[in-house]
Design a protein around this ligand. Structure first.
Ligand SMILES: *Cc1c(COP(=O)(O)O)cnc(C)c1O
Length: 495
């Protein structure tokens, strides 16, 4: 069964998966969605026996139907190899009655590695399939983790260049150091004097600039996106929910067909949307618990049906979730509107014109599988401290937002279904906030001492990604305003 991809804002043309991966974003500003969600047509019991790579093939081959078996298996083998520090790729560990799905064992110790280690391979394969002669220029706005993970994936991949924009004062010191020390002849990192949404809007504008696209085409370049709006990011993220289900079966923790919940610390809505797609494929998932930090746009949306970005942007200790426009939500909006591109366009128009929109009551009824809540900074810190003190397990600030929201959900609903918490970053990536939550006396320690101490109290080795940046030289120091983004891109490409 062939799956094609259409824009959430128009029905005009359907694209193959490889075309949609190359384009990233649709020309009308919409996001690509599969014209039908393929079924996971294998017995659940088989999931328990499959490796991560095998699971990845079963899931991804259903979505990326114009890739041959050989092409896809090559992409998977090149992505999920010893860049990950465990053969399990995404281990599932039970602590205090919840299952933490550790998505941080890749090159940059955060969950973006799960998709970004395979995207460059999907993209270069897609380029070959579509006889693309141009060099592919990846343009990415990042709230911290995407940028580094994308560069780690694309560095020195022939036929590609990557330009990353990040909010100069909106990422953690470790995140910034990781980015500005990035090696690779084809990598460029630029700081923006604004927040993540400014960077993201700037990238979207560049993508929609036809004139610039023509200029670049003449010079032998074409843009593509590594942001979580690319379906080449979304599809690999469906895999680990299916894999987690298989692991629970293998560990004898659930019966075949038993419904489980997932909790996802959410920013751009890509990760939780992937879980939702897993359910639409047929995976027995119950509730999607959407966890926000104090930038609680999504909590308000799920409680009122009104999405309103007009509010103060807060900097929190979970910076990868400091987002006021959750781009991937558009795919859910499209779905709950009955796959209606007109309605989606109208609402998204409202968002860009007035910063808000209200969904209809019918649409709201289609959101019953979702539960939204948020955690304050205090609640997040308390969740870290409590899990450490009761189970000896140290989680990062983003995962802690999810854990705190899950506790609220359980208290409110008494739902006792087995629950998987997406654990999106290693605590070593946000060491200072994590250690501060555990004991304020750690505040006087240097970053290096903190990492050593974390390693000691959690009985976990310091990840290679952290060891490396201690000595790596700074290779990128450009800082610009959001308005200068198009010019900067031209300058970098010599156009
Ligand atoms: C990106 C990110 C998130 C948010 O994921 P979305 O798919 O954008 O909702 C959560 N935690 C961490 C550590 C991240 O890097």
């Amino acid at each position: 069964m062939q799956v094609l991809y259409k824009s959430t804002r128009g029905t005009k043309r359907a694209y193959t998966a490889s075309e949609a991966i190359l384009k990233g974003l649709s020309e009308d500003g919409g996001l690509f969605v599969p014209d039908k969600i393929p079924a996971l047509d294998i017995p659940l019991s088989r999931l328990a026996e499959m490796s991560y790579q095998e699971t990845a093939y079963e899931v991804m081959s259903r979505f990326l139907t114009d890739f041959t078996e050989e092409e896809l298996k090559n992409c998977i083998a090149n992505a999920y190899d010893d860049k990950f520090d465990t053969e399990k790729i995404a281990p599932l560990v039970e602590k205090n009655g919840a299952f933490y799905l550790e998505l941080f064992h890749g090159a940059t110790i955060a969950f973006k590695d799960m998709a970004l280690s395979i995207l460059p391979h999907l993209m270069t394969t897609a380029a070959r399939k579509n006889r693309v002669k141009n060099e592919i220029v990846i343009l990415t706005a990042t709230s911290g983790d995407t940028g580094k993970a994308a560069m780690a994936g694309f560095a020195d991949v022939p036929g590609t260049r990557i330009i990353v924009f990040y909010p100069k004062n909106g990422v953690s010191p470790v995140q910034e150091k990781q980015m500005i020390t990035q090696k690779g002849k084809n990598t460029y990192v630029v700081g923006i004097t604004g927040n993540f949404d400014d960077a993201q809007s700037g990238v979207k504008k560049i993508f929609n600039d036809r004139e610039l696209a023509e200029q670049l085409d003449k010079a032998g370049f074409q843009f593509s996106s590594a942001n979580s709006i690319n379906i080449g990011r979304l599809v690999p993220q469906v895999v680990y929910y299916v894999y987690a289900y298989g692991q629970l079966l293998a560990q004898g923790r659930i019966r075949e067909g038993e419904q489980i919940n997932v909790v996802v610390p959410t920013g751009n809505f890509g990760n939780i949307l992937a879980a939702y797609y897993a359910k639409l494929m047929g995976l027995p998932l119950g509730k999607f618990i959407c966890a926000s930090n104090e930038n609680k746009v999504l909590y308000d949306f799920f409680s009122t049906g009104c999405y309103d970005r007009n509010r103060k942007f807060l900097l929190t200790t979970s910076p990868s979730m400091d987002i006021l426009i959750s781009s991937n939500l558009e795919r859910l909006i499209y779905r709950i509107a009955g796959n209606d591109p007109e309605k989606t366009r109208e609402l998204m128009h409202g968002l860009s014109e007035t910063g808000k929109y209200q969904i209809t009551e019918d649409m709201q009824k289609n959101l019953q599988e979702f539960y939204g809540n948020y955690a304050t900074e205090e609640e997040t810190a308390a969740a870290i401290s409590e899990l450490y003190k009761t189970a000896g397990y140290v989680m990062d600030t983003h995962t802690a937002v999810a854990a705190a929201v899950y506790a609220k959900y359980k208290a409110e609903t008494k739902d006792s279904a087995k629950t998987v918490i997406a654990s999106t970053a290693s605590p070593f990536k946000f060491t200072r906030s994590v250690m501060h939550a555990i004991d304020k006396t750690y505040d006087t320690m240097s970053d290096f001492e903190l990492a050593e101490e974390l390693s000691r109290i959690a009985a976990v080795q310091i990840p290679a990604a952290i060891e490396e940046i201690r000595t790596a030289p700074v290779l990128h120091d450009r800082v610009i305003s959001a308005e200068e983004m198009p010019e900067t891109v031209k300058e970098i490409l010599g156009v």
